[in-house]
Design a protein around this ligand. Structure first.
Ligand code: F6P
Length: 302
C-alpha cells in the first residue's frame, strides 16, 4: 500500500495536483485527520513532501489503517463526506480490501466527493481485478517459508501442515501449494468437516510414505479459514498414522508474517499501475469505480 501512496503522490505532483493523506483510514476520515503529502518548492513546482520516498519499499501503510465501526453507519459516512467537503478535497482514492472498498462504494453513492478504489488484499478475493496489492509479496514470503520448512521435513522424514492467511479465501494456500509442489491444500471453499479432512490427509500420508516410494517429506498448506487448528490436525493425524515407521507430523502457522515485508518488484509495479488507473479515472470525472488489473495493464472497471 505504501507503494501505491507513493505512486499517487508522484503522479499527482507531476500533474500539479495537491495530495493530502488521510491518517488511520476511515477513522481519520471521520475525524478530519488529514496531512499534506505534496509541497510547493522554491521554484514554485509541486513535489512530494520530504522523507517519504523510501517508504515505497516498505510494507503496510505509513498513513495507518483501521477497522472503523463508525464508518459502517450512515451518520459516520455523512461526517466523512462533510470532512472531505470542508477540506476542499476534489477526489478520494481508497486503497484496501473488500471492507474498505465496500465503504468507498457507499461513500461514493451517499456523498458528493468522487471516489475511486485501488484493490489491496493478500486474499486476492476482490471482484473486477485479477490481482491486488500485496498478493505477490505474500506468495513469495510463503514460498520461502515452505522451502525453509521443507529442509527440515526432508531431513527428518516429516509431514508438515503449514497454515497461511485467508479467512474466507483459499487463494494463497492453493497458489502457494502449486508453486511449491506441496502435497495437499486445505481450502475454506471446500467446506469439509474435521473428519473428512483427517480421513483425506491420512490417505495422503499413507500413499506418500508407502515403502515402495522414496518420498522424504509431505507438505500440506492449510488456509486460516479451514477452522480446525493446525496443531489439532497434526495431533489427530499423528495418532492415525502412528503405525507408520519414522513418520512425524508437525504444524506451523505463518500468520501475519505473510502480510508484511518488503514488497516484491511485481507488487510495486502493480501498485504503481493501479494508482495511475485510479488517478486517470478521477481526472476523467469518474466516481464509484475501481482501478483493476487485467491482462497485465491497469484499467478501470466499474
Ligand atoms: O483480509 C486479509 C486478511 O489477511 C485475512 O486473510 C485474515 O484473516 C485477516 O486479514 C486478518 O486480519 P486481522 O489482522 O485483523 O486479524
Amino acid at each position: 500500500m505504501n507503494a501505491a501512496i507513493w505512486a499517487t503522490i508522484k503522479l499527482a505532483a507531476a500533474r500539479g495536483i495537491d495530495v493530502v493523506g488521510v491518517e488511520r483510514g476511515y477513522d481519520g476520515l471521520i475525524d478530519g485527520d488529514f496531512r499534506p503529502l505534496t509541497r510547493t518548492t522554491d521554484s514554485g513546482a509541486l513535489a512530494p513532501i520530504e522523507g517519504v520516498a523510501w517508504l515505497a519499499g516498505t510494507g503496510g501503510t505509513f498513513l495507518g489503517s483501521s477497522r472503523c465501526a463508525r464508518f459502517e453507519t450512515k451518520e459516520g459516512r455523512a461526517e466523512a463526506s462533510r470532512q472531505l467537503v470542508d477540506a476542499g478535497i476534489d477526489g478520494l482514492i481508497v486503497v484496501g480490501g473488500n471492507g474498505s472498498l465496500t465503504g468507498a462504494h457507499l461513500l461514493a453513492q451517499e456523498g458528493p466527493t468522487p471516489i475511486v478504489g485501488i484493490p489491496a488484499s493478500i486474499d486476492n478475493d476482490i471482484g473486477g481485478t485479477t490481482t491486488a496489492i500485496g498478493v505477490d509479496t505474500a506468495l513469495n514470503t510463503i514460498l520461502q517459508a515452505i522451502d525453509n520448512i521443507a529442509d527440515t521435513a526432508r531431513s527428518h522424514h516429516r509431514a508438515f501442515i503449514l497454515e497461511v492467511m485467508g479467512r474466507r479465501s483459499g487463494y494463497l494456500a492453493m497458489n502457494a501449494a502449486v508453486a511449491a509442489s506441496a502435497d495437499g491444500a486445505l481450502l475454506p471453499e471446500e467446506s469439509k468437516t474435521e473428519e473428512e479432512i483427517v480421513d483425506g490427509l491420512e490417505q495422503l500420508l499413507r500413499r506418500s510414505f508407502a515403502p515402495e516410494r522414496s518420498k522424504q517429506r509431505v507438505i500440506i498448506i492449510k488456509a486460516e479459514g479451514v477452522e480446525v487448528p493446525c496443531t489439532r490436525l497434526a495431533r489427530l493425524l499423528g495418532e492415525r498414522v502412528a503405525d507408520l515407521p519414522n513418520v512425524d507430523v508437525r504444524a506451523a502457522v505463518l500468520g501475519h508474517i505473510v502480510r508484511g515485508g518488503r514488497p516484491t518488484y511485481r507488487d510495486r509495479m502493480v501498485a504503481g499501475r493501479l494508482s495511475l488507473g485510479a488517478m486517470s479515472a478521477l481526472l476523467k470525472g469518474r466516481t464509484d469505480v475501481m482501478s483493476g488489473w487485467s491482462v497485465g495493464a491497469g484499467t478501470e472497471t466499474a
